[in-house]
Design a protein around this ligand. Structure first.
Ligand code: A3P
Length: 316
């Protein structure tokens, strides 16, 4: 199978020739550009190079899977659309729909003209690593590719979250945390290595702070309101004095909180391409890894990430 050629002269990707990983259910992974990408998405990742037409007003929410994507989608959607959809309103879309229904993925949804048909400003999401994003998004030419918000999470919690998510999908098939851990340490996870995914966006946020905002899941848990304000400023829709006085920031934090989202009808049923909506909401805390990884496993993973990132200036 061959994916579409890139418009920057890169050779056509012959998917069957790329290194294959079969042990990371539920997808087969192929190594491309240094990352393990779910095989079914490779044609879209490649085609996005030519087909995706960024707009200066776009906001692209980027993340390594299981790092708080669903939460970031909810917060950004509620913040950007707060005039049209006041967060306290009983008919707010987040009370009926999963956040993934409100914010489309670049690599799932750019199959036809779906993204092209969305009105501006578009709020989109992606798990694509920074170096594999369409060149028009990352071009340093004055921001014609719009803005990017990245959410980063401790790799140990991302691993544990991914393991639970996968297990729910697998039903009865055995898949131990030890198996998932070994693969993760070797960078073999959806869009892994996780640390390379994170550092790509972190470096971009240092080079292009006006265009790339780097958030941390753990900071957001500690100070959700402060991070919502930061997000709003970055997206060009900072809160007015009246909104602050009316408690709009707190309303957004509340409607997007784990407890609120988990209990909304739209999230108790339905699914996202075979992933049940309820599986996107588990504990939502920092440090749950300590209940599932031994201290030796944690130390080993920390060390792998630390060594891989040495010299970058980034630390988890
Ligand atoms: P845990 O499995 O550790 O609980 P993603 O959205 O990228 O798939 O990430 C899923 C993780 O984010 C899960 O972590 C999930 O519980 C957590 N999460 C989902 N909604 C959240 C929210 N509103 N607030 C905080 N964490 C949330």
């Amino acid at each position: 199978m061959a994916a579409s050629p890139h418009d920057d002269g890169m050779a056509e990707i012959v998917i069957s020739s790329l290194p294959l990983e079969t042990r990371c259910p539920p997808f087969l992974l192929r190594q491309y550009g240094g990352f393990w990408i779910p095989e079914p998405l490779l044609p879209v990742v490649a085609a996005a190079q030519t087909r995706f037409k960024p707009r200066p007003s776009d906001v692209l929410l980027a993340s390594f899977p299981k790092s708080g994507t669903t939460w970031l989608k909810a917060l950004a959607f509620a913040t950007l659309n707060r005039v049209k959809h006041p967060p306290r309103h009983p008919g707010h879309p987040l009370r009926r729909c999963n956040p993934h229904d409100c914010v489309k993925y670049l690599e799932w949804d750019d199959q036809g003209d779906v993204l092209e048909a969305l009105p501006s400003p578009r709020l989109l999401a992606t798990h694509i690593p920074y170096t594999l994003l369409p060149a028009r998004v990352t071009a340093v030419d004055g921001g014609s590719g719009g803005r990017i918000v990245y959410i980063c999470r401790d790799p140990k919690d991302a691993l544990v979250s991914m393991w639970f998510f996968t297990k729910k999908k697998l039903a009865d098939e055995a898949y131990t945390i030890e198996e998932a851990f070994e693969l993760f340490c070797d960078g073999r996870a959806f869009y892994g290595p996780q640390w390379h995914h994170v550092v790509g966006y972190w470096e971009a946020s240092r080079r292009r702070p006006e265009e790339v905002l780097f958030l941390r899941y753990e900071d957001m848990l500690r100070d959700p309101a402060g991070n919502v304000r930061k997000l709003a400023e970055f997206m060009g829709c900072g809160f007015s004095g009246e909104e602050e006085a009316a408690g709009v920031v707190q309303d957004i934090v509340e409607i997007c909180s784990m407890d609120a989202l988990k209990n909304m009808e739209g999230n108790k049923s339905g699914s996202q391409r075979n992933f049940r909506n309820e599986t996107f909401f588990r504990k939502g805390v920092a440090g749950d890894w300590s209940n599932h990884l031994t201290p030796a496993m944690a130390e080993r993973l920390d060390k792998i990430a630390e060594e891989a990132l040495r010299g970058s200036g980034f630390t988890f």
